[in-house]
Design a protein around this ligand. Structure first.
Ligand code: NAP
Length: 330
């Protein structure tokens, strides 16, 4: 299958490295970045040579450059070339998704499958993307957008297809969970946040992680998949983690409880809030940068899935799973 890959950062690079180890019949024919140029070759790019490029190095340093077209845009290649899948590993730009929404629309309208790590197109206009996919017969897959390669979307779509899920609670942001785990060990909020920033978990502006935006985005995506119920980002009620004090943490300990930053979905809506969970609750045991989700089903009762929720190679694995699903259909 011929792939166009947009984004060669943590996730895009990791995908190229996975394909360099084992191509699995997948061939990257186009690669696009914002500042480091683009490469296109109908016969395919060399994944091993691409993964030998250093992070930040211009793509024009690729050997045998004369065999490739450079400087073409994503839209031009989508319009002209025989590409089968657009993989979007460009940044999540909210609320309008930036140029990614246009690429995704164009691809799906032309019958080209779309695989997303970028969450923004699903927030900006999931309805029209799904409609375009249904019309052209292309698929829109996005396993990597929630819990990276930990297969929560597969679980919802396939494993629990026959189950009636009534409620979902999740630890869906590893950075905030890391901060809470450190607070649990006695750190103050500000120190735990600074530590997460030093480790590269949290951005300089940590609002997406600690004010609940990132979790809210994931609830919007899950609501569609689990309940077939579209909700907008502004409909997710959010309470910031900044409101939690060290005294709150100590009080919870005294009551055999542990604070977690939980995203919840049920019939009444979607919420992000710190919750003092009993230490017997499966989510209270999830420590550090891990993610987990508990789904309440009518027949099975509580089902919990835990695993990494971020990381270049973990997220690339989610993309690869979607690509293999597409390949299985071909
Ligand atoms: N990292 C994770 O753990 C994780 C987990 C789940 C989902 N995601 C999602 O996956 C996506 C990629 O994450 P990342 O960590 O790989 O980001 P990143 O390291 O910042 O890389 C982003 C890449 O996209 C390129 N890019 C930016 N704007 C572009 C444009 N207009 N046209 C073409 N390319 C463009 C950048 O180009 P330059 O190289 O020129 O800057 C860079 O190569 C994001 O949407 C993120 O939310 C990430």
């Amino acid at each position: 299958m011929k792939l166009l890959l947009v984004g060669f950062g943590n996730v895009g690079r990791a995908l190229v490295e996975l394909l360099a180890q084992n191509r699995r019949g997948l061939q990257i024919v186009g690669l696009f970045t914002r500042t480091r140029g683009s490469l296109y070759c109908e016969q395919g790019l060399d994944s091993e040579a691409l993964s030998a490029l250093q992070p930040g190095e211009p793509l024009s340093n690729h050997p045998r450059l004369s065999a490739f077209a450079t400087g073409r845009s994503v839209a031009e290649i989508l319009a002209e070339a025989s590409v089968e899948v657009l993989v979007d590993a460009s940044p999540t730009i909210l609320p309008d998704a930036g140029p990614a929404l246009g690429w995704c629309r164009q691809a799906l309208e032309r019958g080209i499958h779309v695989v997303l790590a970028n969450k923004a197109p699903l927030i900006a206009d999931a309805a029209s993307l799904h409609a375009s996919a249904a019309k052209s017969g292309a698929r829109l897959l996005f396993e990597a957008t929630v819990m990276a390669g930990t297969p929560v979307i597969q679980l919802a779509r396939h494993g629990l297809r026959a189950e009636q899920v009534s409620e979902v609670q999740g630890i869906l942001n590893g950075t905030s969970n890391y901060i809470l785990s450190r607070m649990d060990e006695g750190r103050r909020f500000e120190d735990a946040l600074a530590e997460a920033q030093e480790l590269g978990y949290a951005e300089t502006d940590p609002s997406a992680d600690i004010d609940g935006w990132d979790i809210a985005v994931k609830l919007v995506i899950l609501s569609q998949v689990l309940f077939d119920r579209p909700i907008a980002l502004y409909q997710v009620a959010r309470q910031s983690l900044r409101e939690l004090s060290s005294a709150d943490i100590q009080n919870a300990h005294a009551q055999q409880r542990r604070w977690k930053y939980v995203g919840s979905l049920d019939e009444s809506g979607a919420r992000v809030a710190p919750m003092a969970l009993p230490q017997t609750h499966p989510l209270s045991q999830v420590a550090g940068a891990q993610n987990a989700i508990t789904l309440q089903g009518k027949t099975l009762g509580s089902v919990t899935l835990q695993g990494p929720g971020a990381g270049g190679k973990e997220t690339a694995l989610g993309i690869l799973n979607d690509l293999l699903e597409l390949q299985g259909m071909a």
